[in-house]
Design a protein around this ligand. Structure first.
Ligand code: R5P
Length: 309
């Protein structure tokens, strides 16, 4: 990196997120540098960052399949500090480990708290999209960094649904989804409701439909995340049995673990739409402009407060 570019913040990315990183870098007008990653035969990792870094550095890492990526963050963030970074921002469009927010059984790790605090030891700021915050009021409570910025995919998904479906009925599969369903519905005045859900295991959920007329409606199931797909599949089966004309699925985070897509197809789901927080064939809306705008605001404020010091 040339000395005259050291004042400009940079975006660091990993190779497997190159396309998403380019979209964000372009929208935010930031220089993009790739972290070189080597995996040794025994599974250990070696990372290589640009040898000199400016004071403000942004690291992009979406945290699906998070376990190895958390080690990458540890190595990358501490190395970035050694190479000159003084203000480090993590952009994690998908923030993992947010669902385990209490000990459901005595002795269970409260992963949200543990991972959140870990990230806060590494980063000054975090930007994420629709984190699964259920029993905590704010992202900062879960990830206690100085600046914790939450964006939502719901408005984008709402626009997409408005383009593709006539008078849709938005349905959230469980109580937690109510926040995103309400946001998306308000934007275009869609009818909306949420189901009741009881989870019995990783692949076993029981749902109850909201008490409203479903017959003949074009239903879109909206949620923050689909993982095994069992939640939206169960909702789809009930909705089709209740006479829905069609059931499509819109999620912010396309985790779709294992055979989830087949589970959805077998249940009778029509279209599947997601944002690009996790790269997936279902991506239909890009969060890059919103992430870039959040980054620009954050980095300007950081530069201003550094000048005042
Ligand atoms: C949980 O409340 C989330 O919002 C999702 O509904 C859930 O994680 C989906 O999981 P799965 O696809 O495995 O049913």
């Amino acid at each position: 990196m040339k000395p005259d570019t050291l004042a400009r913040p940079v975006l660091l990315n990993f190779e497997d997120e190159q396309h998403g990183a380019e979209r964000i870098a372009q929208a935010a007008e930031m220089d993009l540098f790739r972290i070189e990653r080597h995996r040794f035969p025994d599974g250990e990792l070696k990372l290589r960052l640009p040898p000199r870094l400016p004071e403000r550095v942004v690291l992009l890492r979406t945290l699906d399949n998070p376990n190895e990526k958390l080690v990458e963050l540890l190595l990358a963030a501490q190395t970035a500090r050694e190479l000159g970074a003084r203000h480090l921002t993590l952009v994690a469009p998908y923030l993992a480990y947010m669902r385990q927010d209490i000990a459901f059984q005595p002795g269970e790790a409260v992963s949200q708290r543990v991972v959140g605090r870990f990230l806060a030891t590494l980063f000054d700021a975090v930007i994420t999209v629709d984190p699964h915050l259920h029993r905590v009021a704010s992202l900062q409570e879960a990830v206690p960094v100085r600046e914790a910025i939450v964006l939502s995919g719901a408005p984008l998904l709402s626009d997409l649904i408005a383009e593709r479906r006539l008078r849709p009925l938005l349905v959230g599969p469980d109580a937690e989804s109510a926040q995103w369903v309400a946001l998306a519905a308000m934007r275009h005045g869609f009818d909306h409701a949420v189901c009741q859900k009881v989870r019995h295991g990783d692949h076993s959920v029981q749902l109850e439909l909201p008490d409203m007329a479903i017959a003949g409606r074009q239903v879109v199931l909206l949620d923050d995340v689909a993982s095994t797909g069992q939640t939206v599949a169960a909702a789809t089966r009930l909705l089709l049995t209740a006479g829905a004309a069609s059931v499509d699925v819109a999620v912010t985070h396309a985790l779709f673990a294992g055979d989830a897509l087949q589970v959805l197809r077998d249940a009778g789901v029509g279209e599947i739409w997601s944002t690009d927080c996790i790269a997936h064939a279902s991506n239909a809306a890009s969060m890059a402009p919103a992430i870039a705008a959040a980054l620009s605001g954050l980095l300007c404020a950081t530069a201003r407060s550094a000048t005042l010091l």
